[in-house]
Design a protein around this ligand. Sequence first.
Ligand code: ADP
Ligand code: MG
Ligand code: MG
Length: 899
Amino acid sequence: FDELDTVEQTLGGTWDDVRGLLGGKGANLAEMTRLDIPVPPGFTVTTQACLRYLDGDNTVDQAPAPGSMPAEIWDQVLEALRATEHKLGKVFGDPTTPLLVSCRSGAKFSMPGMMDTVLNIGLNDDTAKGLIDRSGDEHFVYDSYRRLIQMFGTVVLGLRDELFENVLSAARTTRGVASDAELTAADLRGVVARFREIAPQFPTDPYEQLRMAIEAVFRSWNGRRAIDYRTAAGIAHDLGTAVNVQAMVFGNLGEQSATGVAMTRSGATGAPGLEGDFLLNAQGEDVVSGTRATLPIQSLGKVMPRLYAELQEMAGRLEARYHDMQDIEFTIEDGTLWMLQTRDGKRTATAAVRIAVDLANEGLITRATAVRRVSPAQIDFFLHPQLSAVARATAIEEGRLVATGLNVSPGAAVGAVVFDPDTAQRLAADGRKIILVRPETKPDDVHGMLAAQGILTTRGGRTSHAALVARQFGKPAVVGVSALEVDLVGHRALVGDLEIAEGDWVSLDGGTGQVFLGQLDTFVPDISDSWLSTLLSWADDYRRLGVRANADYPVDAQRARANGAEGIGLCRTEHMFFATDRLPLMQKMIMSGSTTERREALDELQPLQRSDFLGLFRAMDGLPVIIRLVDPPLHEFLPTFEELSHRITDAKIRLSAAASLDEIDGLLTRLRHDEDLLGRVEALRESNPMLGLRGVRLALRYPEILQMQVRAIFEAACDALEAGGDPHPEVMVPLTTDAGELAAARTVIDAEAAAVFAERGVSMPYQVGTMVETPRAALTAPKLAAHADFFSVGSNDLTQTTYGLSRDDAETSFLVDYLRTGVYDHDPFTSIDPEGVGALIDLAIDAADLHEGFEVGVCGEHGGDPTSIGWCHEHGLTYVSCSPLRVPVARLAAAQAAL
Ligand code: ADP
Ligand code: MG
Ligand code: MG
């Protein structure tokens, strides 16, 4: 461990290369040694040696035979062991001054599924006797000895741990005690004797113990569990693992000894100060194994104040060296503190944000690093409901954590279990909260998935249908909960003996994969949390890309602005027409037989639109507000053909049974109205409405609708201006495919704006722009640019029109298969397709670049996707516009793209 300088010189590489050679644990043990932090001496057998040993025989079945360690490697191990002996004045295998070592695996990336640690290597009957003579503590020596045989037996020899635990529990019963620590030295001697019978292959030669342990660690690199883990986690299979051989220090040497683990800051909240647990008179895994009740690390300050202060001081030094919160393992041997491990600590999203900001404020990292440290996914955490920490802890304590699966879609979901999608949909329509539980999901189940609060499946992985759909729609989901067995026929699920019936409440945490029984409390994390807002304000200093919001209502605009949006990138005006008080007016307008009639209906709608727009201008005072003219085909505002036919039939039946004249009158009026509507629906019916009379085509077909909207926009802007505000109206024309139609629309818009300004006796700068959402718009962008002041890329529609596929249909059928089977390597509706869609966007950007101050933004859902945001930054877009809730994510992602 004390030759790190030499290793670095020979390697000539980065710290990452050092970790590659020595493994994470070994590299950090060496680094701590270099920092003069007390680390028990020892050495690292490199990943190169591991690969050399495995040498192509890379599967569990054809692993190298035990005992086949190349002599060259073993010779070096012996040489290093001599150096360790020399440092301590102890001798490995020597009965008078025995050196004991641990054998610890440590790959480049921390990896569950690899071989565990074996402690106390070097003990046999002779060295045990020598150690008793030296320490005078027979209890300690036999406790260590029985641990060695147990660990060696399970880890190296592959025996079942149960065999050993049975012996221990029998010994406890005989002695009438609850814990192993209370067994007497004589009891433990008996236990050792029994263990030797259980594991007759246990080698008494210390060198044989060491060699076998090292080889076992090497071979565990290619164990089934390790391979599966690497495949799932995307870790390369050819890295190999290092093995650390380290002199033992003993936490089980009496009441002045202890062992513990700690984080240098809270992993839950990020609050400064050590957080962890320790045990007096204990060894190694006792703390994490949960067999003995641990003490909180703070109480170490009472028992051993000097050592506690030393630990705090070391924690500070480690943070200063690693520039991050550390997760440390330590042991106190008879009043001396030893560090056994350090690594960057795991943390919740809340803690990640606080730690990044605190470290920057403490000068340990730069603000730029702080911004880089937190992932957009962690910011996303603040936007989803979460299980409360108290509820989670209580539930775990009460044994209500029933299973854990893959955490594929974040957020907490609480609801009653339902096993089929139709029931889920029906109950959800009644306002019930539902968790859809299925063995796995198929496209047929999507309606139930959408209706559910959350989704749970027992099969499937991270790219299963359930996982993809859940992420797509932001539903919390846990998949692959293999401990759970779904009985679809019996409408129940089983976890071991426990039965979960339909209607039982469960709570899922899609962020951790945990499944709880019962209704746990949830909360929405506070976005105005001071650490988060500090971090985001730093992010704003680095980003070049603007971030605006897609907001249709003043309240959304306010929320967006509070989240840091710099304007509205897209207001979809049609959403205002769907409100219950407006839909009848909208329908009246659509039903009008003449332009005059239509104007009358529009005159009623106009003040409503105007007041909405005024609200938007107020909320976004001083910032651009892009208002898109009505886009969808008109039939969307009318009831469907099926619904109307049903209503008409129903009215006819009731008519035939009507009792009074009044009733007949009423029914007849309704019938006539519905028949009129039906006629209109028929007339508006298009075989492909998405490519039909919508967007700018609608505006040109019914210029009075266009005029009404433009008038509402500019009257509202004048109102805002007269009230002392600073409105920045921008009118956006949707679905343009041709310069001619944009020119025609613009003529109407400019004329109407001029008319309003003339009437009001004021004027203000405004802009008129267009969506780029068809390939032709992009291909003819230079011509469109001649009639526009800005472009906004409608990336959802542009993706649909570029691929020639309908998102709504694709996402519930073949697209899911394409993604699962790898036909598509990514979902183009999640991240901008750089090759096709991206190339078209580039054309729009190139055309805009020819005009001074011509802005190009992206206002599809991609605007909130970190990968797409990175793309937008690289390609020089002016801004992205996303839902108000995604604004913080976009701010961070835009900064990271720039850093
Ligand atoms: P893991 O990677 O599972 O944490 P480690 O190699 O860190 O495995 O070993 C687990 C525990 O064993 C350590 O936290 C420490 O308590 C104990 N341990 C390992 N090596 C030694 C040693 N040389 N002296 C004392 N305890 C040790
Ligand atoms: Mg460890
Ligand atoms: Mg569109």
